[in-house]
Design a protein around this ligand. Structure first.
Ligand code: SF4
Length: 491
């Protein structure tokens, strides 16, 4: 285990295996960010966290980790790849204890390297602490430079490490309110789980960008990015961790503290559009229901004369159902997804080939038909084009594309890995140019107003990737590798 001591902080990297992922990066969707899960007061907490992370696998497939405590010792397992690749379930018994936190990662800051796998485990004057983070701290670059000027040596290329370095500063470490004082310095999106020997602490940023909820098991408490993970472990949903809340669980019970909150929240609307699972409730609403409402509104605003409605699976399924119910046009299964395309499969060299590997068309369902095809978003446009060409090849007479989100024109700085603005097709082409590029009869996007009409408290949502109305401006241009050393791929 490599470790180093600097500025009152011992950094330990608890890793198994070596190397970096070689997963193809042909990205035509914004990439999921991270999923976090924690348990307190639960026998074999690491096993419960493992199952919780399993339900959150869609939020990150690059790496996974679990850290557990039995109040005497903190132990961890981490690795690259899917949860089942990163952590051998037969070794979970080694992660003893009734407290544990876990993380599945898709990197939004920092590269795919072993040191960046979370939960990070560090030691400072108050002892060992483990940290799991979902989100993106937008002033991380400036804070890191400041910490480095004061002697801190960073071990990872992630923004998540900043919090522990702030906590390790001598003037912070001696104060009772050190955690809330450090959190006040952070700007941007963070849902954190922290673990020390005796407690688990759940934190959401004051704007509440990323979801985090609290559930109850017979024997203890769990925290999860999405409620689908509570279902899998058999926990009862209690409530969301509130924006700006610091909720600490220890042997004496719950201790809740609130940071100062702005009037308006900035919940990520893309959680409803694409990221979260439809069987989850996030920000107090069921994702499937919101997607259905998006489809209904899309049908009213962007009607089409067609014989069938079909979805791009899986994220278009609920919106397509809504579109069909609203218009009375029958819903058909136009595409069948191959769920068994492994990440290690040698992908064909053409985008068309890789799309065919993942999706097949039910030819008898679409041949000779006017088809409305519903998808959640168009990012670069190239993969969408290949999908629609499969419909054409299968004999669809007309293709009417309907997108349940507005055009994605601006990058996200809050924990979603978007391509640069120049790569976003809607930022560089007009509606007619995109339709022409996709080679379809008609194209209709949701409006921002239509998008917000599908959720209960529209004033509390972030829509910056569609509207450019950033709830927090980053201090400097942000990119994924900004905190990496040049040797690790940074600048
Ligand atoms: S910019 Fe878009 S993806 Fe990012 S937090 Fe806001 S709504 Fe979500």
């Amino acid at each position: 285990m490599p470790a180093c001591v600097e500025n009152g902080l011992l950094f330990g990297i608890f890793l198994e295996g070596e190397g970096a992922l070689s997963q193809g990066d042909c990205q035509d969707r914004p990439r999921e960010h991270c999923g976090i899960f924690g348990a307190f007061g639960v026998p074999n907490a690491a096993s419960v966290v493992y199952r919780g992370l399993f339900a959150l696998q869609h939020r990150g497939q690059e790496s996974a980790g679990i850290v557990a405590s039995d109040s005497e010792k903190i132990r961890s397992r981490k690795g690259l790849g899917l949860l089942s690749e990163a952590i051998d379930p037969s070794e979970l018994y080694e992660l003893k204890g009734h407290l544990a936190i876990g993380h599945v990662r898709y990197s939004t800051t920092g590269g795919k390297r072993l040191q960046n796998i979370q939960p990070l485990v560090l030691e400072y004057s108050k002892g060992l602490v483990a940290i799991a983070h979902n989100g993106n701290v937008v002033n991380a670059y400036a804070l890191r430079r400041e910490c480095e000027a004061n002697g801190s040596i960073f071990q990872t290329g992630t923004d998540s490490e900043i919090l522990v370095h702030l906590m390790a500063r001598p003037n912070a470490a001696n104060r009772e309110d050190s955690l809330s004082g450090c959190l006040k310095i952070l700007k941007g999106a963070y849902s954190f789980l922290l673990l020390d020997k005796n407690s688990v602490t759940a934190i959401r940023d004051p704007l509440g960008f990323r979801p985090l909820c609290l559930g109850r098991l017979e024997s203890g408490i769990v925290f999860a990015s999405e409620t689908c993970a509570l279902d899998l472990v058999g926990a009862q949903y209690v409530r969301d961790v509130a924006p700006g809340e610091i909720l600490r669980m220890d042997a004496l019970g719950w201790h809740s503290e609130s940071m100062e909150r702005p009037e308006r929240e900035a919940r990520c609307i893309f959680e409803h559009v694409y990221f979260a699972r439809p069987d989850s409730n996030v920000f107090g609403e069921n994702v499937h229901k919101v997607r259905m409402a998006l489809g209904r509104r899309l049908a009213r605003d962007r009607p089409a004369s067609a014989d069938i409605v079909t979805a791009v699976p899986d994220s278009g399924n609920s919106a397509a159902l809504g579109y069909s119910l609203e218009t009375g046009i029958p819903l058909e299964r136009g595409f069948i997804k191959n769920h068994y395309v492994g990440r290690t499969f040698i992908m064909p060299s053409t985008r068309e080939g890789s799309v065919e590997l993942k999706l097949n068309v039910v030819k008898d369902a679409v041949r000779g038909k006017r088809v409305v095809v519903v998808d959640d978003s168009i990012i670069r446009g190239t993969t969408c084009k290949s999908r629609f060409s499969l419909l054409r090849k299968a004999g669809a007479k007309e293709i009417h594309v309907r997108i349940s989100a507005p055009p994605c024109q601006y990058p996200c700085y809050f924990g979603i890995d978007f391509p640069t603005r120049t790569e976003l097709i809607a930022a560089t082409k007009s509606l007619e140019e995109i339709r022409d590029f996709l080679e379809v009869e008609t194209l209709g996007y949701q409006s921002v107003e239509g998008l917000l009409s599908a959720v209960g408290e529209p004033q509390h949502y972030c829509t910056a990737c569609f509207s450019k109305e950033y709830p927090v401006e980053p201090d400097q241009p942000v990119h994924k590798m900004i905190l990496e050393n040049p040797a690790d791929g940074g600048t």
